[in-house]
Structures are given as C-alpha cells and as structure tokens.
Design a protein around this ligand. Structure first.
Ligand code: GAR
Length: 211
C-alpha cells in the first residue's frame, strides 16, 4: 500500500474527489496518509479532518530560506513514508531539490489542455480567464508528473471540455472540474499506485489492461 501526500492551498475539491474515490475503494494500491496545506485557513484542511486524515500546515513565509522550507517539507514526507505526492491546487512552488528527491513521484492537476494556457502565472481562475479571452472552443484538464519545468513534466491523462457561450471564468472552472479534474486525478492516482504508469524519454506509457 503506497502512502500518498496531498498538497493543497484552497477549497480542496480535488482532494475531496480523491477522498471519495478512496472511500469507494477505487484507489486499491494507495491511501491518503497526510494532507499538507500552504495556508492555515484552507477549507481543504476541514475536508481532511472530516475524513480522519492527518493534516500539516507549511507556510513558505514562515521559513527564512528555501532550504529551510524544503527541509521541513522533506521531513514531513519522510515521516509519513510517502511514495506519491499529489499537488491538488497547491499554490507554492516545489523546488528542484524536492523534485529530485521524488522524481516521477509528484503528480499535478492543471485546469487546461497542456501545453495551452500553462506555465508561470497560469493557475486557478487566471487559466479560465485566459481561455475565455482567447476564444478557444475547447479547454480541459491535464494530470502530469512534475519536473523542473513549470507544467512541463510528462503528461499522464487529459480530457477536453467544451467552452460554451456565456461562460464566465467561474462557470467554466466548475465545468472543467466536474467533467475532467475530479475524474482524471483519482484515475491517475489509482494507476500510479498500481504501478501502471511508466516514463520513457519524457513521455508516459499506461499499461493497457487498465484503461
Ligand atoms: C483546480 O482547478 C486545480 O486544477 C488548479 O487549482 C484548482 C484548485 O481547486 N490548479 C492550478 O491551477 C495549478 N496550476 P481545489 O482546491 O478545489 O481542488
């Protein structure tokens, strides 16, 4: 059984999707061992507590250097013997140092079809605002491994979602979550925990019997 750490900063609806999937026994190879928040008042922490999952709060500003922050994060991950880190709306940059410790063991969910509308400055509602400004007709979500390039790691799963007339960033965000993120993230986590995802030359391969 793989120990999973879910890193959050906000509402935690993706965390909730993972908790619900776990309760339906859809992640047989793993279990959420800890939820780590970058904000003390993140609603995601309430969701974790309700589900009986241990929580930790790690605020970047409370550490005087990146090294000290990294050491604190690595210590928590070590303490819970974490084998998979899931970034579920985590808004603090993960340093190269931590990424190297967990190569191809950190998964992120991004609310667009990478490589569109991603990279520095593209997070949360800003992504959906940019999508509407551009006028694209299709958007979606991507689950990918995290490497040293922002939103540039190997892609695991993607799903397209329609942009509709009259969409606001909030309406579009909700549709992308409902139709894509909340389905893709638990699925990718389950596949990882069952050892069904491999990475070669920066691309993933998913064992066929699983999809
Ligand atoms: C989600 O839409 C997630 O894709 C996005 O933040 C939201 C968090 O919502 N992440 C990014 O933009 C990362 N670049 P949640 O707290 O309700 O899961």
């Amino acid at each position: 059984m793989l120990n999973i750490a879910v890193l959050v900063s906000g509402g935690g609806t993706n965390l909730q999707a993972l908790i619900d999937a776990q309760n339906r026994s859809e992640i047989p190879g793993g279990r959420i061992a800890v939820v780590i928040s970058s904000k003390a008042d993140a609603y995601a922490l309430e969701r974790a507590k309700k589900a009986g999952i241990p929580t930790e709060t790690l605020i970047r500003k409370e550490y005087s250097s990146q090294e000290e922050y990294d050491a604190a994060l690595l210590q928590i991950l070590d303490c819970y013997q974490i084998g998979l880190i899931v970034l579920a709306g985590f808004m603090t940059i993960i340093s190269d140092n931590v990424i190297r410790h967990y190569e191809n063991k950190i998964i992120n969910v991004h609310p667009s079809l990478i490589p569109s509308f991603c990279g520095e400055g593209f997070y949360g509602l800003r992504v959906h605002r940019a999508v509407l400004e551009k006028g694209v007709k299709l958007t979606g979500a991507t689950v990918h491994f995290v490497n040293e390039v922002c939103d540039g790691g190997p892609i695991i799963l993607q799903k397209a979602v329609e942009v509709l007339e009259g969409d606001t960033p909030e309406i579009l965000q909700r549709r992308v979550m409902e139709q894509a993120e909340w389905k893709l993230l638990p699925k990718a986590v389950a596949l990882f925990c069952e050892g069904k995802i491999t990475v070669h030359n920066g691309k993933t391969k998913i064992r066929e019997d699983s999809i």
